[in-house]
Design a binder for this molecule. Structure first.
Ligand code: ADP
Length: 226
């Protein structure tokens, strides 16, 4: 039996906008086990990004509990949260979020710089992940010299290079055409099935969600199908 990596219990999160409270999460319970591939669906405004920010330790819940690999995240100070994000989480975004004037290789090296990995080792690790994702011939290309699918592969390489416990992907195919989306989803499936990478993916597209092994839906800040 695999260990729980992410455990949310009765998580609430609200925003105050112009003096009015918007309850974005209204008692979310979610356990993600090591080795899972979970897709979270839901219409716009249902709380997907808010949930992702909580799971990614970018934002703390107002109420409820959040354990990551058994540790109570709400007990951690800002430095400990930053360390947890850097060492244990990999992020993939809809618009790739690559550093623009920086090569593919240097983009993938960035998390290793923060982790204090020495330069030679950094270069070797980043090169090997990029090669594995089929970008061995593109190491020194800048993001604007790469296609959307290649840029997303660089972003996935960057998310994987620290060997995180979980990869969180927020609408990773949202800016890609359908053929490239298929390729990226096949890559996620392969990483999950062959390398045991735990993936939580947010999407509003059913065909994308169907590539995951478990599907959940957020509606008005509540999770269904858990
Ligand atoms: P989704 O990602 O599913 O579109 P969000 O998590 O972005 O949903 O938003 C959930 C709800 O919280 C929405 O009603 C949204 O308007 C509100 N919300 C999100 N972020 C903020 C914010 N920074 N300030 C105020 N309201 C917000």
């Amino acid at each position: 039996m695999n260990q729980p990596i992410i455990e949310l219990k009765a998580v609430y999160k609200k925003y105050a906008e112009k003096g009015v409270d918007v309850q974005a999460l209204r008692g979310v319970d979610l356990t993600v086990y090591s080795g899972e591939f979970v897709a979270i669906m839901g219409p716009s405004g249902s709380g997907k990004s808010t949930l992702m920010n909580v799971m990614g330790c970018l934002d703390l819940p107002d109420a409820g509990s959040f354990h990551f690999a058994g540790d109570d995240v709400t007990d951690l100070d800002l430095d400990a949260l930053a360390r947890l994000r850097n060492r244990s989480l990999g992020f993939v975004f809809q618009n790739f979020n690559l550093l623009p004037r920086t090569s593919a290789l240097e983009n993938v090296e960035t998390p290793l710089i923060y982790a204090g990995v020495e330069k030679k080792h950094r270069r070797r690790l980043a090169t090997s992940v990029l090669e594995k994702l089929g970008l061995g011939q593109r190491l020194n290309h800048l993001p604007n010299q790469l296609s959307g699918g290649q840029q997303q592969r660089v972003a996935i390489a960057r998310a994987l290079v620290n060997r995180p416990s979980v990869v969180l992907a927020d609408e990773p195919t949202g800016n890609l055409d359908s053929g490239t989306s298929e390729e990226i989803m096949s890559l996620f499936q392969e990483l999950n099935e062959n390398e045991g990478v735990t993936i939580v993916l947010i999407t509003h597209e059913l065909p994308i969600a169907q590539r995951a092994r478990r599907r959940l839906t957020l509606r008005d800040g509540l999770l269904e199908g858990n």
